[in-house]
Write a protein that binds this ligand. Structure first.
Ligand code: G3P
Length: 217
């Protein structure tokens, strides 16, 4: 399984790559959080840092406008995947962009039926939102499991990208279900790396080592 960072922050992405991150997902909220700079320039800068796919979302409404913007975004860099929402227009856009040979990430997926349609429209990624389902008292894990099962049984090639990840448990659940990747906030990446017993054990090892060096001197 791969880890992607769900951020548009270049410093976080640089650090994430050093910790094994191979792709990035952005959305309009995350891009807006980085300020008022040029969208294309920011996405290209991200592509220059990470080795794998970088999702950039359309920011317009209506199938025709989304298709036109999707084609434009796809031309920004070879690693760009165009993100479109799981809406009626979005499915039409995914089909058209797919026919053009453009990779599409269908986002804001909250049901297995949306995931099925996304696959039949030729989407490259489906992004089920685990955390936002948990937030409304449903189980994001159930949705992820259902999608993985439907794709496996139907030999559907769309890759499952677990999204709206809130904690390390979500990442491990996605991994054990066989998701292609999880896209995670930087805070969750840091949580994956740390354990208090590792920190205290390491501090003890180093203190003992330096004590030994002091005794020798
Ligand atoms: O990029 C989409 C998704 O991961 C958003 O997550 O935390 O805003 O629900 P969140």
């Amino acid at each position: 399984m791969k880890l992607f960072l769900d951020t548009a922050n270049l410093e976080q992405i640089k650090q994430g790559v050093k910790w094994g991150v191979s792709g990035v997902t952005t959305n309009p909220t995350l891009v807006a959080a980085e300020g008022v700079g040029d969208y294309k320039t920011l996405v290209r800068a991200i592509c220059d840092i990470v080795p794998g796919e970088v999702s950039a979302e359309v920011t317009v409404e209506g199938a025709a406008a989304m298709i036109a913007q999707g084609r434009e975004i796809a031309a920004w860099h070879d690693n760009v995947v165009v993100k479109v929402p799981c809406t009626p227009d979005g499915f039409e856009v995914a089909s058209q962009l797919g026919n053009d040979g453009i990779k599409v990430n269908m986002t804001l997926c909250f049901s297995a039926s949306q995931a099925l349609l996304a696959a039949l429209c030729g989407a490259y990624f489906i992004s089920p939102f685990m955390g936002r389902l948990d937030d409304i008292g449903q189980d994001g894990l159930d949705l992820l499991a259902e999608i993985v099962d439907i794709y496996d049984k139907g030999s559907l090639e769309t890759r499952v990208l677990a999204a709206s990840v809130r904690h390390p448990g979500h990442v491990l659940q996605a991994a054990s279900l066989g998701a292609y990747a999880a896209t995670i906030p930087f805070k969750v990446l840091e949580q994956l790396a740390r354990h208090p017993l590792t920190d205290s054990g390491n501090a003890r090892f180093l203190a003992d080592w330096h004590g030994r060096a002091a005794k020798k001197a």
